[in-house]
Design a protein around this ligand. Sequence first.
Ligand SMILES: [Zn+2]
Length: 122
Amino acid sequence: MTPEILRNILMDVVKEDGDVAFFRLSLTCRLFHDLVSEASFRKKGVVNWSAYSSNHKEMYRVPYKLTNCLWCGDLFKDFPPGYIGDGKKAILHGFSVIKEFEGYCSADCFICDGNHYSPKEN
Ligand SMILES: [Zn+2]
């Protein structure tokens, strides 16, 4: 089996199982670990990006970071403005345009740290 065929099979697993598949596959064996760790592999997934214009992709095809919350210190998925999903094919939880709690894992932590929250009005 060529690495490309194996890569396609592993991508199908990621599309079915979501982000958690990256962890499971990378623990399976050295070969799987190396394939799913490739930046090009991790960039694929979630949304059918070929259906969008290059401007749209440039603005919204941005990976999340893992950030420590400023209040509780927990690691959380820090999504930049754009699509919010869990890595599963065709499953999107929403689309965010603004970040309301920059640096915090939740509204609770944002408020506990002494910030005032008032929903943004249009
Ligand atoms: Zn927190």
